[in-house]
Design a protein around this ligand. Structure first.
Ligand code: PRP
Length: 190
C-alpha cells in the first residue's frame, strides 16, 4: 500500500494537531449557541454530529474525541454521481436522516469538499428539519481554479490543490482509507 504513494500531502501529525484545534473550536461555538438559547450545554439532546458516510468516519471519530461537550452521533449516506463538468456532477441521499433534528444544533461532517454538491445537499435537507442551527465541517477543501463551489464550509481543516488524494478516510476505488496520512497516489496505482 505504501508503495502506491507518490507523496504525502498532509502528514498524520499535522492532521492530528488541526483536528484537535477544530474539535475544541466547534465545541466552544456549540456551547455558546446552546447557552445563548438559555439551555445548559451539560444537558443531553442539543448537539448532533452528522458524518457523511463513508469517507468522514475516521475524521469524525477523531474530531468528536476532541469535543468536550455532550453530543450524539447520527449519520447519513450520500451517493455522488459523476458528470462531465464540475457543475453537472451531483449527489443524492442514500439513507434517511435521523428523525429528531428539530431544535438541535447539527454539524454535518465530511472528509472533503470537492464540487461541494454533497455538503450542499446534506446541509439543505438538514435545514428542512427545522434544526436550531446547521453547520458544515470538512477536513479538506479543494480549491479548483475557475470553479466556485455552491457552499463554503463553516469549518475547514486544510485547503488543498486540485489533486486526487487518499488516506485518513479518503479512498480510491474503496481502498487506502486506512492510510494515516493524506497522500497523492502514484499514477500507476490509479
Ligand atoms: C466523497 C467525499 C465527499 C464527496 C465530496 O464521497 O467523501 O462525501 O465525495 O465530493 P463533492 O464535494 O464533489 O460532492 P464519495 O461519494 O466518494 O463516497 P465515500 O464517502 O464513500 O468515499
Amino acid at each position: 500500500m505504501q508503495g502506491d504513494i507518490e507523496r504525502v500531502l498532509i502528514p498524520r501529525e499535522r492532521i492530528a494537531a488541526r483536528v484537535a484545534e477544530m474539535g475544541e473550536q466547534i465545541a466552544e461555538d456549540l456551547r455558546r449557541a446552546v447557552e445563548a438559547e438559555g439551555h445548559d450545554a451539560a444537558e443531553r439532546g442539543h448537539v448532533v454530529m452528522l458524518p457523511v458516510l463513508t469517507g468522514a468516519l475516521i475524521f469524525t471519530s477523531d474530531l468528536i474525541r476532541n469535543m468536550p461537550l455532550k453530543l450524539s452521533l447520527g449519520m447519513v449516506a450520500v451517493s455522488s454521481y459523476p458528470g462531465k463538468s464540475m457543475e453537472s456532477k451531483g449527489a443524492s441521499l442514500r439513507s434517511e436522516l435521523p428523525k429528531d433534528l428539530s431544535g438541535k444544533h447539527v454539524v454535518v461532517v465530511d472528509d472533503i469538499l470537492d464540487t461541494g454538491n454533497t455538503l450542499k445537499l446534506v446541509r439543505d435537507v438538514v435545514a428542512e428539519q427545522s434544526p436550531a442551527s446547521v453547520r458544515v465541517c470538512t477536513l479538506l477543501t479543494k480549491r479548483i481554479e475557475g470553479y466556485t463551489a455552491p457552499i463554503e464550509a463553516d469549518y475547514s481543516g486544510f485547503d488543498i490543490p486540485d489533486e486526487f488524494v487518499v488516506g485518513y478516510g479518503l479512498d480510491y476505488d474503496g481502498l487506502y482509507r486506512n492510510l494515516p496520512d493524506i497522500a497523492v497516489l502514484r499514477r500507476e496505482a490509479l
